[in-house]
Ligand binder design. Sequence first.
Ligand code: 2AM
Ligand code: CA
Length: 267
Amino acid sequence: MSIAEVHEFAKAIIMEAGERIRSSFSEKWVIETKADANDLVTNIDRETELFFIEKIKTFDSTHKILGEEGMGEKIDSIDGVVWIIDPIDGTMNFIRQHRNFAITIGVYINGIGKLGYIYDVMRDQLYYAKQGQGAYMNEVPLKPLQAISLNKAIIGLNATWVTPNKRIEHEPMIDLVHKVRGTRSYGSAALEIVSVACGRMDAYISLRLSPWDIAGGVVIANEVGAIASNLKNEPINLLKQDTFIVANPTIHSEIIDDYIQLKNENK
Ligand code: 2AM
Ligand code: CA
């Protein structure tokens, strides 16, 4: 099976899932919590993930599926063809705002990102990329990123990381916030990554993301020249939670170097 065939199939099931999510607004959702009181999940998250699993397994039963809601198989290696799926990225926005959430999927072959998708369901905007063949929004090519300096940059950053928290020292983040022109927080990692890929923001940082939050976005970001890594400047690991930065290439290392230096000074 060719990548082009997988791409056509992926696009079709994402659009169908989007339609099902939009139709679900007329139903009463079941809303539950997961790891903590603010970690929300609905029956629509779960049903959408199941929808993808059933479609993909019928398409090719050898493909593996890693999904946020855990309805795919348990995966301890990313060998072979692996679909990494977040059926709804930005569930809190889905529930409270009825917008600003996305379906996001990355298709990896032996750990290499081949296809990436972020579907902004309510705006009906499908961002996608094929490795080495550019990135698109509804078939319109995204432009390569322009150089930018840190003092003119807009950075996506959740306020959690600028206040005392149990995961990281927040002081280096305060310094970054003072250096840049502005900060934004949209509540969907996928939509924030796509904002960087489109040049609407110049970096997005999170201190805790899971593989499904970023797998699709990283493929898209790479195609426009953005750089994605963890905050130690190591490559993305698709099997664990980690820190994350995606940035315009002219400021990626500067942000990380400043962060590491300030972190060390604070020790
Ligand atoms: P979600 O809506 O799919 O849970 C919110 O700032 C962003 O971070 C969303 O993309 C959200 O994805 C993600 N997120 C929220 N809680 C998370 C957690 N515990 N682990 C990883 N990602 C999380
Ligand atoms: Ca999700």
